[in-house]
Design a protein around this ligand. Structure first.
Ligand SMILES: [Zn+2]
Length: 138
C-alpha cells in the first residue's frame, strides 16, 4: 500500500462540503470529474485521491436514502405549487400522472447529486482519515 504524501484530512465547514456536493464536485477538495458519464462514480477523486465510496461495500445505501428524500421533497414542492396555482380546481388526474413521471425523472436526475451529497454528509460526521487516501495495490 502506498499513500499520497500529505492528504488533506482537516475538518471543513459543513456548508462548504455540501455546496461542493450540490455542484457535483468532490466535497473534500472541490475537484470535478468524479463520474464516468452520468451514473458511474469513479473509485477516487481525480484531484485529491479520496475514496469516493470510502472503501465500504454498502456505501450506496446512504446515497439511495438521500436520493429518496430529495425526490420526496421535489414531489411535495411540485404538488404544493400546482395546488396553489390551480386552487380551487386542482387537476387531480394530471397530478397523479405528473407525480409518477416526476418520481421517475427526479430519481434519475438526482442520482449523481445524491452520491456526492451522501459523501459530504459522511465527511461532516466522519472527517477524512489517512485510510481514505490509501492506494491499495492488488
Ligand atoms: Zn477531491
Amino acid at each position: 500500500m502506498t499513500e499520497p504524501p500529505h492528504p488533506d484530512i482537516s475538518r471543513q465547514s459543513p456548508w462548504r462540503l455540501l455546496g461542493r456536493a450540490f455542484l457535483l464536485r468532490c466535497p473534500n477538495c472541490g475537484g470535478g470529474k468524479l463520474f464516468y458519464g452520468f451514473f458511474r462514480v469513479k473509485d477516487r477523486c481525480p484531484t485529491c485521491g479520496i475514496l469516493l465510496e470510502r472503501g465500504e461495500n454498502d456505501y450506496f445505501l446512504g446515497a439511495y436514502t438521500v436520493n429518496l428524500i430529495a425526490v420526496e421533497i421535489l414531489l411535495a414542492v411540485g404538488f404544493l405549487i400546482v395546488m396553489i396555482v390551480t386552487w380551487p380546481r386542482p387537476p387531480w388526474t394530471a397530478l397523479q400522472v405528473g407525480g409518477v413521471v416526476l418520481s421517475i425523472l427526479g430519481a434519475v436526475f438526482c442520482y449523481p447529486f445524491a452520491k456526492t451529497t451522501w459523501l459530504a454528509i459522511d465527511l461532516i460526521f466522519r472527517p477524512p482519515a489517512r485510510e481514505d487516501f490509501i492506494i491499495r495495490v492488488k
